[in-house]
Ligand binder design. Structure first.
Ligand SMILES: *Cc1c(COP(=O)(O)O)cnc(C)c1O
Length: 396
């Protein structure tokens, strides 16, 4: 079958919820992907910020294969070593207290919301169930996560969603304060808004949220699903602000390719929220995915992945700023570390993304007009130069 026939075959049986790009990807190597007809693509999408280590990173496949030969799944009724190891490493990297592994980002959000509600409930404040979320946020597609996603278009067809959610403007503390009541149990925000268009939080915004939450004993949830796991040069983006949440969610790069997420609780939330019987998952944190998480942390440490992101960020930013100077269609750059966005004007961002694909570069969009770059964290200067070369060609 050629690529066209493969695409047609897929459309016959797979529910059409995505307008996919016209390419069938077959295999990857390093920071490159290859389609079924052998054409290669420089990958600045990384499976939507998942493949932090690119493809076939030394030692990663071997760790997964070894775990397959040992044990894949046992349920959460028994202990398993990979989960203990992955949990220990996640808690250490975040400086938080307790982790719960999930199968996805959206499930990590569900868990975080339940933990926040349970925290208030356990204190005897049963009327305290309101959650303040941000406009233009994205937290996932399950009903709870959708309820706190600040995008009307995603929410509308599925209402009524969970009650008691109020929206405020990201990076606008007064707007958040206006939504806080006696009933507020949690504030949830991405540390760097991803899908909404790559907006890093302001220092004063996160500090202000922390202060409000401390004063009123509100649970502060940072969604680090996209911006976490080294993407901004820290393990978790909030660490570079020095503002610690009560609960954090992560997923995407956590397993760098296997479906795994987690919500991680600080001391306060861990001691007085979810208890036996309150939450569960059949697959979550099974030995296979946790062997991946554990190996990812080992590789990050051994090969200094965070330092690499920190070192290369100025170069990436300088090159992208060059595009802003050179092309009228590139209005601005926003971002943090290897999570960067270019604001495209005059032409639809989708047309630039499609042109890049034709020219052998995978990038994605965010919001209505942002070209999003979330490459594997192992890219080199040469990859950046190649990416810039292709984008220059597309924008010209
Ligand atoms: C991708 C994403 C999610 C949802 O994760 P899934 O694994 O797709 O369920 C939630 N929050 C943020 C910030 C994300 O980028």
């Amino acid at each position: 079958m050629n690529m066209n026939e493969q695409m047609q075959q897929s459309e016959k049986s797979i529910l059409h919820t995505y307008n996919r790009f016209p390419v069938v990807l077959d295999h990857g190597e390093g920071c490159w992907l290859y389609d079924t007809e052998g054409k290669k693509y420089l990958d600045f999408a990384a499976g939507i910020a998942v493949n932090a280590l690119g493809y076939h990173y030394p030692g990663y496949d071997e760790a997964l294969k070894a775990q397959i030969d040992k044990l894949l799944h046992i349920s959460n009724l028994y202990y398993n070593e990979p989960m203990s190891e992955a949990g220990e490493k996640l808690v250490k990297a975040s400086g938080m207290s307790k982790a719960f592994f999930t199968n996805s980002g959206t499930e990590a959000i569900e868990g975080a919301l339940k933990a926040a509600r349970k925290y208030a409930y356990a204190k005897g404040e049963k009327e305290r169930y309101e959650i303040v979320a941000m406009n233009h946020s994205f937290h996932g597609r399950s009903m709870g996560a959708l309820s706190v996603t600040g995008n009307e278009h995603y929410r509308k067809p599925f209402e009524p969603l969970i009650g008691g959610v109020k929206f405020a403007d990201f990076n606008d503390l007064d707007s958040v304060k206006a939504q806080i009541t006696e009933k507020t149990c949690a504030i949830i925000t991405e540390t760097v808004q991803g899908e909404g268009g790559i907006y890093p939080a302001k220092q004063s915004f996160l500090e202000g949220l922390r202060k409000i939450c401390d004063e009123k004993d509100i649970i502060l949830i940072f969604d680090e699903i996209q911006c976490g796991m080294g993407r901004t040069g820290a393990y978790f983006a909030w660490q570079s602000y020095g503002v610690k949440p009560d609960i954090m969610t992560c997923a995407k790069a956590l397993g760098s390719g296997v479906p795994v997420g987690a919500f991680v609780l600080g001391e306060k939330a861990a001691q007085a929220s979810l208890a036996p019987g309150d939450h569960g998952t059949t697959y979550g944190g099974n030995p296979f995915v946790c062997a991946a998480v554990s190996k990812v942390f080992d590789i990050f440490e051994k090969d200094h992945i965070l330092e690499h992101v920190q070192e290369l960020t100025p170069y990436l930013e300088e090159k992208l700023d060059g595009l802003v100077e050179k092309f009228d269609t590139v209005a601005a750059r926003r971002g943090k570390g290897f999570m960067q966005g270019l604001v495209i004007t005059g032409v639809p961002v989708g047309s630039v993304v499609t042109k890049a694909l034709e020219n052998g570069l995978l990038v994605i969009s965010a919001g209505s007009d942002v070209l999003r770059l979330v490459p594997p964290l192992i890219i080199t200067k040469e990859h950046i130069d190649q990416m810039i070369g292709i984008l220059e060609k597309c924008l010209a």
